[in-house]
Write a protein that binds this ligand. Structure first.
Ligand code: DO4
Ligand code: MG
Length: 293
């Protein structure tokens, strides 16, 4: 069962999408309201959705035909880094100008007990499905980072799964790790969507296939695949560190790191189309616009 938001008669409508693709309106204002109502009734969110849609009429049409909104206006988006071997190798490459024999702090963090977790975005900097992600004006090496996103409640519990794009500037980060916030956080540098999969309906979050494609002038320029079974850390390990001595807000999203990195000579350009697909969650599509657009 997936939860979406879309524009219905000019208003944001929460809806449930069944595994067979049927769409049912939900009365709650947003995803966390649904989770909290289920909590208050001491039933699971899935049971609440089934109770609500039982006997009601499905919307006509398919999800692809709707004007989708970001499935959650996450007050904060955080991200974990170097959680996959592929990410560690890519960071080493950009930090050492390709001298892969060099040992770096990326090697250390990959093996350390404490994971890398950084602040990524706010609702205002985050775009939804079909939205435009923006390039930085002072970077010449920019890539999308396709990541599994954890939707958390204020207690740090995983209540849903979504897809995130942690847009990144490899040259800025590679120049100096202290530039990380500038390599990661700017206007429209994050996207989430298209849906949230209820956590209880995901049997094994460590076996989700991730596929990413970048199209340029209608042609596929880059494609990569990965699986969450390659993740070095446990999801609870990441959420535990995020919540430690911290104050979390309902609907916080934690991105879990990337395992798909385009070839080193690739950089995003205005007009590119990015697709990120994760089994059971959907396909997040975004368009790239140059700085200042
Ligand atoms: O170490 C910097 C960030 C790494 C990252 O964003 C990732 O591995 O996904
Ligand atoms: Mg990342």
């Amino acid at each position: 069962m997936r939860i979406i938001r879309f524009v219905n008669d000019g208003f944001a409508q929460l809806a449930a999408v069944t595994d067979s693709g049927q769409i049912f309106a939900l009365p709650q204002s947003d995803f966390l309201a649904l989770v909290k109502e289920a909590d208050a009734k001491a039933i699971s969110p899935l049971a609440l959705v089934f109770n609500t849609i039982d006997g009601s009429e499905a919307f006509k049409g398919q999800v692809e035909e709707l004007e989708l909104l970001v499935p959650i206006e996450a007050p904060e988006v955080w991200a974990a880094g170097v959680t996959y071997e592929r990410s560690r190798d890519a960071r080493n490459y950009e930090a050492t100008e390709g001298r892969l024999d060099a040992s770096t702090f990326y090697d250390k963090v990959y093996d350390a007990v404490r994971p890398e977790i950084f602040f990524k975005s706010t609702a205002a900097r985050t775009v939804g499905p079909g939205g435009e992600v923006q390039l930085r004006s002072d970077s010449v090496w920019q890539v999308p980072e396709p990541e599994l996103g954890l939707v958390l409640n204020a207690k740090g519990e995983i209540v849903g799964y979504t897809i995130g794009n942690d847009m990144s500037c490899r040259d800025i980060e590679g120049e100096n790790p202290l530039y990380l916030p500038q390599a990661k956080v700017w206007k429209r540098s994050c996207s989430l969507g298209p849906a949230i999969r209820l956590a209880e309906t995901v049997d094994n979050p460590y076996n989700l296939q991730i596929t990413s494609r970048i199209y340029r002038e209608g042609e596929k320029a880059v494609e990569g695949t990965a699986n969450t079974n390659q993740l070095k850390r446990k999801l609870e390990e990441l959420t535990e560190y995020l919540i430690r001595d911290n104050e979390l807000f309902d609907g916080t999203v934690l991105l879990t790191g990337t395992c798909i990195v385009p070839p080193n000579e690739f950089t995003l350009a205005h007009g590119d189309r990015i697709e990120i697909e994760i089994t059971g969650i959907g396909k997040l599509v975004n368009h790239v616009v140059g700085a200042g657009n």
